[in-house]
Design a protein around this ligand. Structure first.
Ligand SMILES: Cc1cc2nc3c(=O)[nH]c(=O)nc-3n(C[C@H](O)[C@H](O)[C@H](O)COP(=O)(O)OP(=O)(O)OC[C@H]3O[C@@H](n4cnc5c(N)ncnc54)[C@H](O)[C@@H]3O)c2cc1C
Length: 359
């Protein structure tokens, strides 16, 4: 077991800033990071960063490069590929996948992750959560895109890609958009977006699977022609969705209701739309889930939380457990997620800790 004054978990901008402030205030600190590199979300920022003064960075990697050259960085105790796995709020024991720490203070800076659509797991046409619609929209030129979600990020994404994509469908679970009115108004001005309310994505099919399904269909119908007629169940392809949509009802807001066309091999998703008896097939080239983010707080269930796994903290970043502090996106949620706030909170947390230690 190793004793440490301040253990910092997560080496995004928040955790790195905290480690630098510990150095400045003379606190002994260890910074652990689950990945083999520092930076957290910085690696995923493709847009220009102009709101983290005084520099203007072309993207997050440029900022990370500069950070890696920071003179003090080499003097910090940074332990890569080490993951926080449990915290004992009473004994101050912190377990990682490498060792056990006795920490006077813990600063949690583990950030957030994007919510994913489990029904699309394994689909290769789903865009990564960090796909940037401002700087990478051109990659969707001529594509049919399904954006999933009804909040700011979903509506903003649909709007940003509208100059490039052939058509965009926005699948919204509720009966209205939750995005800010200004974004909804902007979306109303673009001709190639169809909003599908009360709609859920229930499955997908990719070209290869489709070919298999079609082959099965063909061999089943050939058999059918030569023998006595098969029952519907026997004739159906192994994929339930394909079987279902064979009998699907007529079109809905531009959504094809037909079985994926076996001649024009298609990739697409199945949608359940309120009021429609059968799932509908929507041929799309790309799917962009924009269904929010959640705090990386799985091992912090003992701390007070709000929303989707965000840690509640007070004006000094202290959590409901006095010796544990939370900084950065983990405590800010999506609305206030920013580099400047994350780095500012690091200063406040470390200063507060140093004042407690020097009492
Ligand atoms: C596409 C995009 C564009 C953005 N553009 C801007 C912008 O222009 N300006 C701006 O101000 N902000 C921007 N942001 C927001 C900004 O990037 C974030 O607010 C900021 O990076 C959050 O930093 P963080 O340190 O709190 O979290 P993160 O960067 O998420 O870092 C958390 C770290 O904790 C690690 N971790 C997680 N769990 C564990 C564990 N159990 N054990 C150990 N380590 C763990 C993670 O691997 C990660 O490295 C953007 C974000 C995105 C996604």
């Amino acid at each position: 077991m190793e004793h440490v004054q301040v253990l910092i978990a997560g080496a995004g901008i928040a955790g790195i800033s905290a480690a630098i402030w510990c150095r400045r205030l003379g606190l002994q600190a260890i910074l652990i990071e689950q990945e083999p590199h520092i930076g957290g979300q910085l690696k995923t920022i493709k847009n220009t960063i102009w709101d983290f003064p005084p520099h203007l960075y072309a993207n997050g990697l440029e900022l990370l490069d500069e950070l890696n050259q920071h003179q003090v960085l080499g003097e910090l105790d940074i332990r890569l590929s080490e993951r926080l796995i449990s915290i004992d709020p009473v004994s101050h024991l912190v377990q990682t996948d490498k060792t056990l720490y006795q920490a006077d203070y813990l600063i949690a800076a583990t950030g957030v992750r994007a919510n994913t659509l489990t029904v699309l797991e394994g689909a290769s046409f789903v865009l990564a959560p960090w796909f940037s619609t401002t700087s990478q929209g051109e990659l969707l030129a001529g594509r049919r895109v399904l954006v999933v979600g009804g909040g700011d990020r979903a509506v903003e994404s649909a709007y940003n890609i509208s100059p490039y994509a052939e058509h965009i469908w926005l699948a919204v679970r509720g009966d209205k958009l939750r995005a800010r009115p200004e974004w909804v108004e902007r979306l109303d001005t673009v001709p190639n977006v169809t909003v599908l309310y009360e709609t859920e994505v229930t499955g997908y099919i990719e070209e290869d699977q489709l070919r298999t399904a079609v082959q099965l269909l063909e061999s089943a119908s050939e058999q059918c022609a030569g023998e006595t007629a098969l029952s519907d169940d026997q004739a159906a392809p192994s994929n339930d969705h394909a079987a279902l949509s064979a009998n699907a009802p007529s079109s809905h807001s531009g959504v094809s209701s037909l079985l994926p066309d076996p001649q024009a091999t298609q990739t697409g998703v199945f949608l359940e739309i309120k009021g429609q008896q059968m799932p509908l097939f929507l041929p799309v080239d790309r799917v962009m889930p924009r269904i929010g983010i959640r705090g990386n707080s799985d091992v912090m269930e003992q701390l007070k939380q709000y929303g989707e796994g965000f840690i509640q903290s007070d004006e000094y970043q202290a959590t409901s457990c006095g010796w544990i502090y939370a900084i950065g996106d983990l405590t800010n949620g999506s609305v206030y997620a920013s580099l400047s706030l994350a780095s500012g909170q690091a200063m406040k947390a470390v200063k507060h800790i140093s004042l407690q230690l020097n009492k």
